[in-house]
Ligand binder design. Sequence first.
Ligand code: AKG
Length: 247
Amino acid sequence: MNLENLVEQFRANGFVVARGLFEADLLQDVTAEVERVVDEVVASGGYDRMYFDDETEASSGRTASAVRCVFRMQDLSDFLRNLLDSPTLNDLARTLLGDEPVADGIQYIDKPPGSSYEFPYHQDNAYMFFEPPLALVATLALDGQPAESGPISCLRGSHVLEILPHAPSGVLGASRGLVGPPDTATYPEIAVEVEAGDVLVHHANVIHRTGPNRTDGHRRNLGFIYHGTAAAQDLQAHAAYERQVTW
Ligand SMILES: O=C(O)CCC(=O)C(=O)O
């Protein structure tokens, strides 16, 4: 892995893939722990930061395989909390941020086989509220993700934009979406196809979305969120947003 190359791509495009960052053994351990945690929260039924792919279905009989998102995974597992603080991810975040990273959390997002939901175009800093926008999400692919599985699609170069107007998206797990269509002529959309073990890092201001999963396999992501120490968070705006989401 050539770090200089990664930094260059991240600065130019607002996203970059660290291919094969997680080798097979570690990936297997992480996947097993994620499966254990998801099974456990589904069985407990009492975790309010988890959403199922179809919330209209009766809640009884739901299985881990129907989970769409689990937020704040670091609160549910010491293993995952340690991974968030690990040199592997912190060195990557430090290099790309050009600043000391502060860990914010871990999100798990699955698109079960045939899942039709889409995350609309959005910029993460529309709900992170960092100024300057020195923040990123490093997303570990737990499964291989061809274009038809609904991988993250980024608008190349769009991280240079300010935060555009957003509104509640109505999509469970994706709180906000862009109000208007983005300029894909200037910022071309790239569906970032990845293999299991790859880590896609995207800048907090890059416009991105995900499409439906048209495959018969799961498309599972584990997103590790960091900001730089030089970035200050608008705590009032963030608290108001958190209240809105939990409500
Ligand atoms: O992993 C996904 O499916 C979506 C991730 C995403 O939109 C984000 O990290 O902002």
